[in-house]
Design a protein around this ligand. Structure first.
Ligand SMILES: [Zn+2]
Length: 171
């Protein structure tokens, strides 16, 4: 079952990579949602190197959003919100900061989320397990039988010794 799952997922990810997808599908969906969220943020650059920012969410009292601001450091891949450093993938604040400084947010995504990294996992293949009932003369079966016979002889000889000593001690 694991081999079948591995083959199915491997085919899916290699196909996605071949047609030009960059990220794992789940991350791609997540990043697209964050890009949409980043559109309504106000970005204030705090350094001349475009690394430190203060990103503020626009207050929307009707939707329950309070005016909150977060510090973002693109070099350290850090945001007050915590998502960026925890998941190694930019949050909406970091994406907004990247847009403001004309950086590609994809450079802030950890390589583990890229499809080329995911496909490396699926380069390995599970070998199909041999059916020993179809090929009873296989070396593996012979070896197992020999091992079982040796261990059976060992156990029988030990039982005989134990019972023999009991019989001797009783008489
Ligand atoms: Zn953030």
């Amino acid at each position: 079952m694991l081999g079948k799952l591995f083959a199915t997922l491997g085919k899916e990810y290699f196909t996605l990579k071949d047609v030009g997808h960059i990220f794992h599908p789940r991350i791609q969906k997540e990043i697209q949602a964050l890009v949409v969220k980043s559109n309504g943020l106000y970005v204030l650059p705090m350094s001349r190197f475009d690394t430190n920012f203060r990103v503020s969410e626009i207050p929307r009292p009707l939707q329950g959003y309070d005016p909150t601001s977060y510090r973002v450091n693109l070099e350290e891949k850090w945001c007050d919100y915590g998502y960026f450093q925890a998941l190694k993938s930019p949050c909406q604040h970091a994406i907004a900061a990247c847009s403001n400084s004309r950086r590609d947010y994809k450079n802030s995504v950890d390589p583990v989320y890229f499809l080329h990294s995911v496909c490396k996992v699926y380069e390995m293949e599970f070998p199909a397990i041999e059916n020993l009932l179809v090929h009873p003369k296989s070396d593996i079966l012979d070896q197992r039988l020999r091992t079982n016979q040796i261990s059976l002889r060992f156990h029988v000889s030990n039982v005989i010794k134990v019972f023999g000593s009991l019989i001797v001690s009783c008489t």
